[in-house]
Design a protein around this ligand. Structure first.
Ligand code: ADP
Ligand code: ASP
Ligand code: MG
Length: 424
């Protein structure tokens, strides 16, 4: 008997019909002799709606209360899915993150899973239930409700799969696998049969929304075999595991529209300046990504970095204070940027990939504003208006184009528009 953990994303449980379809899949798995756990996201874009509701009454909602509110989205889908399974004549039991024993750190809105006390789920499985767990949430040791950051249901699923020693963790969404680029941006993107944890981790970190980064970290650390599949078809999907079958030099392209570029101009070039700026930002709990410091001229320099655009409200007062205390000239913010990344294990052993990337962009008359690299990733910051053109040009130049054009089969026009605007 195998144990399968499945995860259904928001679009996969957006309507009663889709919930019944998910329920049927769970029942089929159980009838094939498996123990079945399903982790669910909130229906459709209900998390966005809850966030908007909170901001209507308070532009800066208290983090604790926001978490209490956001957990309700997944409570709706978990109970409705359990009812749908029951309507098919099978036993199902739904659990909130707290009831499922998902213990997290205390950082509201961005908590991390610290431990899973899986006894209650195991008991429910032994009693013959299909177990349904609310994704994206847990509770602290003291019983405070927490959420795991946007897209966090992926992490709930993989962490549960690790804790339950599941044989397989399937992530169902509206695409039938991991592609060489977001197929909504690059219609000629190719579906990968498999991808290594390492490459998937870099793609997720670089903004590829198909899996949350923490989920891939859990999968790698606990050797959980992941399969990304479509909730709307029976296509085989992409396996994420230790080693990919095919080893391309470049495995994929990712983009991230959610960052802003900040430049502090005219900073006195003395020891301790970078420490002062970045300590203050870290203290405000804001993650900085790329950092560039220019050569100093006449004792002054510029520092440029990227940070989440969503954190600008909190970041700007910190920057103003730093400008004032350090005697810098000013700070500038540019929110219309995209970070584009090429990822591939082959980057390690193939010199010249970065040069080729820069050449392709220059031939498309696209200016590169910042560059950073890791062993298997090259990232550039460019003007957001060139994002789609740049991705398509790079995809073709690195021989990633498929013969077939990606075809949207199931999403409504409204859902497609919402996806296209994600991260903007
Ligand atoms: P869910 O709501 O089910 O968690 P997401 O919207 O988070 O689904 O993730 C699926 C979306 O990820 C797809 O609709 C697709 O537009 C986007 N995506 C971005 N990069 C990729 C990629 N490399 N491969 C497949 N999908 C990608
Ligand atoms: N519902 C949450 C979100 O929209 C979690 C998830 O979907 O994974 O971010
Ligand atoms: Mg997701």
């Amino acid at each position: 008997m195998s144990l399968i953990v499945t995860k259904f994303g928001g679009t996969s449980v957006a309507t009663p019909e889709r919930i019944l379809k998910a329920a049927q899949r769970l029942v089929d798995y159980q009838q094939q002799g498996n123990k079945v756990v399903a982790v669910v996201s909130a229906m459709g874009k209900s998390t966005d709606d809850l966030l908007a509701l909170a901001h209507e009454v308070n532009p800066a909602p208290p983090a604790r209360e926001l978490d209490v509110l956001l957990t309700t989205g997944e409570l709706v889908s978990m109970s409705i899915l359990a009812m749908a399974v029951a309507s098919l004549g099978k036993k199902a039991k739904s659990f909130t993150g707290h009831q499922a024993g998902i213990v997290t750190t205390t950082k509201h809105n961005k908590a991390q899973i610290a431990q899973i006390k899986a006894g209650r789920i195991e008991q429910a499985l032994d009693d013959g239930n299909i177990v349904i767990v609310a994704g994206f949430q847990g509770s602290t040791k003291t019983g405070e409700l927490t959420t795991l950051g946007r897209g966090g249901s992926d992490t709930s699923a993989v962490a549960l799969a690790a804790a339950l020693k599941a044989d397989l963790c399937e992530i169902y969404s509206d695409v039938d696998g991991v592609y060489t680029a977001d197929p909504r941006v690059v219609p000629r993107a190719k579906k990968l049969e498999s991808i290594s944890y390492e490459e998937m981790l870099e793609l997720a970190a670089a903004g590829s929304g198909v899996l949350q980064m923490r989920a891939v970290e859990f999968a790698r650390n606990y050797k959980v075999t992941l399969c990304c599949r479509s909730a709307f078809s029976s296509n085989p999907g992409t396996i994420v595991r230790e080693e990919a079958v095919e080893q391309a030099i470049v495995s994929g392209i990712a983009y991230d529209n959610s960052e802003a570029k900040i430049t502090i101009r005219g900073v006195p070039d003395t020891a301790g300046i970078a420490a002062s700026v970045f300590s203050a930002i870290a203290k405000a709990n804001i993650n900085v990504d790329m950092i560039v410091q220019n050569i100093s001229e006449h004792g002054y320099t510029d520092i440029t970095f990227t940070a989440p655009a969503g954190d600008l409200d909190r970041l700007c007062p910190v920057l103003q204070k730093q400008v004032d205390t350090l005697g810098a000239r000013e700070y500038l913010v540019d929110s219309s940027i995209t970070k584009l990344s090429l990822v591939g294990a082959g980057l390690r052993t193939n010199p010249g990939i970065a040069a080729k990337m820069f050449k392709v962009l220059s031939e498309s008359a696209i200016n590169i504003e910042m560059i950073s690299t890791s062993a298997i990733r090259i990232s550039v910051v460019i003007d957001a208006k060139n994002s789609e053109r740049a991705q398509q040009a790079l995809h073709t130049a690195f021989d990633l184009d498929s013969d077939q054009v990606f075809k949207e089969e199931t999403l409504s026009a409204e859902e497609q528009a919402a996806k296209a605007n994600k991260g903007r």
